[in-house]
Write a new protein. Structure first.
Ligand code: HEM
Ligand SMILES: [Ca+2]
Length: 776
């Protein structure tokens, strides 16, 4: 018996932050004196009036006091802590009535034994499935393999590390289930995190990773794996740790079983049915933004998040569908992480290929960071910070494999004088093994997923080496290590400048500043598994390639997924950069390219997989609550009837959702009307703002933080230089120069828009960063 979403009200206990305050100063508006009362007048002395999403999202029966923010939006009075779970709530009188669960050691001993037996049974079953059935594995060369390829690991050591953590997390989830059965714990108690017992001194404690060892003095350079950033919580933001959450998950069993309908507990509709009913391919180019807004968004998302599909212990891909794809494998014969997407028989596309099942495997889990029993948490495979991990890797091993150890530079593949990323030696790196295929290596395992993504990886690899070369000239006494670390630090700052000064202002108009040690920087599960996937709607299924005067090719993007060999054609790199900074993105709406919903990763096959359906299923896999709960979290009214979505959509929505409280977050967020002149609706916009606020506030090494905070701070003269950085300058500096000679100053906005006219790459309108300020 989980809490029906409709009965919930959301209120918040927060610590002071200054979201709208910043906005207000930046834009220089003065609120009309009668329009709003400032928070000081309304909230008590230690509280501040903030947008709800900026406060730790706490769901309980009472509501904190409503107030108005400086920009006139409805806020709440917040006063403490960021986490939505437990303890603070209990101390707060609002928590009355939610029982803290006492854990007695004898019960815990029994529960531990039971979970270990169950875990070994699961492993045995896995072995049986693997050895007995050909259908257990996803065949190489299929689209489903391409999907799995998206969460491939670097190497076998990487696999062992992930498996270790994942198995411990499963053990804790199993123990939680046993404990719940034994003690009659409610789903609500699980959601609130009311089982507060730290497991570390108990036999289950071994399942929690020990905290990282940090040097006594904070190092000047951030660690590759992001650990030791926060003094009190050194594992915050490190790879293989769980996502944070805005709201507690909604699982059917309170632990890991996906949610069902709010309407009489029927199963939710198939994500594929939702996809065909609500999403179609329409060509609606945006008049303001270039494809770079899409491509940089994906590149950035790969720096901060990667969830992994569960695999067999040997790393091979689990199949949940029969070999011919006509049906799901029955529960008893399939892996416990199977959660296949059922394709309705009448499916207008997959039906013609007699496909009844699309493979989907649930994400790998990580133990909770406070080492308690409770709901399952998904693992982020990469460092949560914006720290260039897609360029450099998220572990010391990965970085070592990418470095040349020559004057601080990264390894390159010299392709007749053009510097490309090193070729991959992994025989499965590409989706195809046809002659002439070539895949590349970088810090992230999704580098080859889209050729335009591979181009961005190449661009930043070149930028690193360009800076390393300059630094070596300016400081001839520096060795390889010093040059590498300084260049990485500068490139990371460049990513932060581009992200916060160029990219985010196209999506948001406000976010907050200052370091705050209490802020957990971790990527928010709702952000990774739904909200930031808004970018999928921006993707154009066709990449146009221009020659000197005319259109040379129109590439169907499924042809270049995990197949970036075109990069070896001499002109292609410059051409792709030109296309990305010239052509339009598609509008953010419920149109999705067929390239993503029918043909994704098809690799020569007649059909691919459906990313819209996968996004919806992933949200359910990760226990995301329905869209309405997040509307409320950003201070909007809950939707009460489908009619509120407008006449056109309401009938379609009603045909796939039994209740308005069932609508998936990714779906509802994309259907929402745009907020002001933003490309996004308010719900997505606010959650994105909150995420990037945390990534800055919770990162001690953020480039702009001052010497009292950032052990590797930049001096003011260097900051002035860094703030000149623009993506268009980086493109000009690292082009082949074969076809690309000009850029508009803002690479995300369409060239030719007022103030964004083309200029020559050598123009002072694209200022250079002067590295002489790094002379030492
Ligand atoms: C260029 C075409 C793109 C393709 C083919 C693509 C494909 C994919 C695939 C296959 C996944 C994994 C889905 C799953 O199993 O749950 C994924 C995840 C994701 N995508 Fe995309 N994507 C593209 C562009 C973008 C863009 C433009 C953005 C954002 C602006 C974006 C943001 C994300 C995010 C945040 C995730 C979740 C990552 C994680 O936490 O694992 N993607 N995408
Ligand atoms: Ca990162």
């Amino acid at each position: 018996a989980h809490i029906p979403a409709k009965r919930m009200t959301i209120s918040h206990i927060g610590h002071p932050r200054s979201f709208d305050v910043v906005d207000y100063h930046r834009h220089g508006f003065t609120p009309a004196p009668h329009a709003v009362k400032t928070y000081r007048d309304i909230c008590s002395h230690d509280a501040e009036c903030l947008l709800p999403v900026q406060c730790p999202a706490h769901v309980h029966d009472d509501s904190l006091m409503k107030c108005k923010t400086l920009l006139g939006r409805v806020g709440i009075c917040c006063s403490s802590g960021q986490n939505h779970t437990g303890f603070q709530l209990l101390l707060n009188e609002k928590g009355r009535g939610h029982q803290l669960v006492h854990v007695d050691f004898q019960v815990l001993g029994d529960v531990t034994r039971r979970s270990r037996i169950e875990l070994s049974e699961l492993h045995l079953r896995e072995m049986r499935i693997l050895t007995n059935s050909r259908a257990a594995l996803v065949p190489l060369g299929t689209a489903s393999y391409g999907h799995f390829r998206n969460s491939r690991l670097h190497n076998v050591h990487d696999l062992i590390d992930v498996m270790n953590v994942a198995n411990r997390a499963i053990e804790i989830a199993l123990a939680t289930r046993a404990f719940k059965d034994r003690k009659g714990i409610t789903n609500q108690q699980l959601e609130y995190g009311m089982i507060c017992q730290d497991l570390r001194p108990t036999p289950l404690g071994a399942a929690c990773p020990s905290p990282p060892m940090c040097p006594p003095v904070a190092p000047h350079f951030r660690k590759i794996d992001g650990s030791c950033n926060n003094i009190n919580n050194p594992s915050w933001g490190a790879p293989l740790t769980p996502y944070s959450r805005l709201l507690p998950p909604l699982y059917h069993d309170g632990i890991w079983t996906p949610r069902i309908s709010e309407d009489q507990g029927q199963p939710l509709s198939s994500p594929r049915l939702i996809s065909t009913t609500l999403f179609s391919d329409e060509d609606i180019p945006n008049s303001e933004y270039t494809l770079m807004l899409m491509q940089y968004g994906q590149f950035l998302s790969h720096d901060i998040t990667q969830s992994l599909d569960t695999s067999f212990a040997n790393g091979s891909a689990i199949s949940c569908c029969s070999e011919d794809g006509s049906e799901e494998i029955p529960h008893e014969f399939r892996h416990f992480a199977c959660f296949p997407i059922i394709i309705p028989r009448k499916d207008p596309f997959f039906g013609t290929y007699k496909q009844g099942c699309m493979n989907f495997v649930r994400s790998v889990l990580a133990p909770r960071s406070d080492c308690t029993l409770g709901y399952a948490q998904q693992m982020n495979k990469v460092s949560h910070y914006i720290d260039g991990s897609a360029i450099y890797g998220s572990s010391a091993d990965q970085t070592r494999a990418l470095r040349s150890f020559d004057n601080g530079k990264l390894k390159v593949f010299d392709d007749f004088g053009r510097q490309l990323l090193p070729l991959s030696e992994d025989p499965e790196a590409c989706l195809t093994t046809e002659q002439g295929s070539a895949c590349f290596t970088a810090g992230d395992t999704r580098t080859n997923q889209m050729v335009s993504l591979t181009v961005l990886h190449t661009l930043f690899m070149r930028e690193h080496n360009r800076i390393a070369n300059e630094l070596a000239q300016i400081n001839p006494h520096w060795g390889d290590e010093r040059i590498f670390l300084e260049a990485r630090k500068i490139v990371t700052a460049e990513l932060q400048v581009i992200t916060y000064n160029e990219y985010l202002p196209t999506l948001l108009d406000s976010y907050s500043y200052d370091y705050d040690q209490r802020v957990e920087p971790s990527v928010i599960n709702e952000f990774a598994s739904a909200v930031f996937r808004f970018g999928h709607s921006m993707v154009d299924g066709i990449l146009k390639i221009y020659g000197k005067r005319k259109l040379e090719a129109a590439i169907d993007i499924p042809e270049i997924m995990f197949h970036p060999a075109r990069l070896r054609k001499q002109e292609f790199y410059d051409q792709m950069l030109t296309t990305m900074t010239t052509d339009s993105i598609q509008d953010v709406d419920n149109a999705m390219s067929d390239a993503l919903t029918k043909y994704m990763f098809r690799a020569g096959n007649p059909f691919g997989v459906d990313l819209a359906a996968i996004n919806i299923q992933r949200g359910r896999d990760h226990g995301l609550r329905p869209y309405n709960d997040y509307r409320e979290l950003v201070g909007q009214e809950r939707i009460k009837s489908f009619e509120e979505f407008g006449p056109e959509l309401s009938a379609r929505l009603r045909s796939v959702y039994a209740s308005v409280d069932d609508v998936d977050l990714w779906v509802g967020g994309l259907l929402e009307p745009k907020y002001g002149d933003s490309v996004l609706g308010l719900t997505f916009r606010d959650i994105i703002a909150e995420q990037f606020s945390r990534l800055k506030k919770g990162d001690k090494y953020f480039f702009e933080h001052d010497p009292t905070i950032n052990p590797g701070y930049f001096i003011p003269e260097q900051l002035v230089e860094l703030r000149k950085v623009a993506l268009s300058r980086i493109i000009c500096d690292n082009r082949d120069g074969i076809l690309l000679v000009r850029q508009a100053p803002n690479a995300f906005r369409k060239p030719g828009l007022p103030g964004n006219e083309y200029v020559d790459c050598t123009s002072p309108a694209l200022p250079h960063m002067n590295l002489l300020y790094w002379q030492d």
